[in-house]
Design a binder for this molecule. Sequence first.
Ligand SMILES: [Zn+2]
Ligand SMILES: [Zn+2]
Ligand SMILES: [Zn+2]
Length: 436
Amino acid sequence: MKAEGIDGIEKFDSPGKGRGIRVTKAFKVGDLLFACPAFSYVLSVSERGYLCEFCFTKKEGLAKCGKCKKAFYCNVGCQKADWAMHKLECSSMCAYGENWCPSETVRLVARILAKMKSQKDGQRGPSEKLLLMAELEAHVDKMDSERREVHEMDISALHHFYSKHLDFPEHTRLLCIFSQVNCNGFTVEDEELSHLGSAVYPDVALINHSCSPSVIVTYKGPVAEVRAVQDMKPGDEILTSYIDLLYPTEDRNGRLRDAYYFTCTCTQCSSPDKDKLKLKLRKRSEAPPPEEVRTMTRYARNSIRDFRQAKHQKDILTYLLQMCESSIDHMGALFDDANVYMLHMMYQAMGVCIYQGDWEQAARYGEKIIKPFSALYPAYSMNVASMYIKLGRLYVGLDKASLGVKFFKKAVSIMEVTMGKDHHSIEGLKKEMLQK
Ligand SMILES: [Zn+2]
Ligand SMILES: [Zn+2]
Ligand SMILES: [Zn+2]
């Protein structure tokens, strides 16, 4: 049997947080603490044809599965290695055609069930050196009715689309697995933070949250890598951020309570010095009454929610851009351009402009966003790096190559810490720079 444990890391009881992990030796900024292959993973349907289903390599000319013609691979090796998972969907996709529509969570859970079945009792996989998949926190008791309803629908879809190749455990066990995935699942992202797929990494799931994280999780194919973004000494807890750190303390904790059922007590949350900067107001001769600020903050949060709901309809791009612009206009009467709610809407507007091919306008938004982003996010943040990449590509596209290269270089200096110097994304960017 494989030895339990990871060199330099141990499990411990973190005061007030339950179980956690800490380092037993020193790590410096940029050091890899550990890499964790996925227990199970799945490529997003929207990425099909662009990335290999098995190793997530992005390249042109991938070969497709001869049966379903929907899964794409680097070569026969990748296809064979993926068959144990792809067979759960291949014939079902052929049978259902256009009506095949399980959610990504359902697809992931199907793979988890297949993987669990193939494992011998008590066997520890390479993603479970510290924690077994079955030991993941589920929080079934804390689930609200809305969440429960989503899980029940997912369970029905699982039975509907996957019954041919899977034996299902009883209902309460299934509910527990969906709940585990909900609290512990990871979104696999590339260097631009595009969503590539979903996965579970039991060992990585042991890492507790902090808004001032000591490590960052990035991906090499479907493998998660955990790197230090702060120097660490023996005994320090390994802490990562579960959420987008742009937002003020109240918003961050709302998100943490909704998704993970806890309130953060990290240094950023207990003395929220950055909040004032994050909620920066436009300079006026007199300070506005607090009620005006509260009303505008409510408006900002509602706008963010409304946009999120509308965003999935790609046929209404002009309308989406209007939504962004009118909320920027409205908030701009009170909020400074560097206020996070302004930044949020400018970021969304930039995305729409890129999608529409209006690169000049996109770059104008990007220029307004980048400086406050680098001040408000932690020193080594993929949110900042991805913004530099976007700006770099925009300027290259606008025939301002030297400006583009300047932004690429800034992205690379962050990525060398967060993704490791030998990461293929950095090689890719360096190639792009050489061509300019
Ligand atoms: Zn491959
Ligand atoms: Zn197939
Ligand atoms: Zn916090």
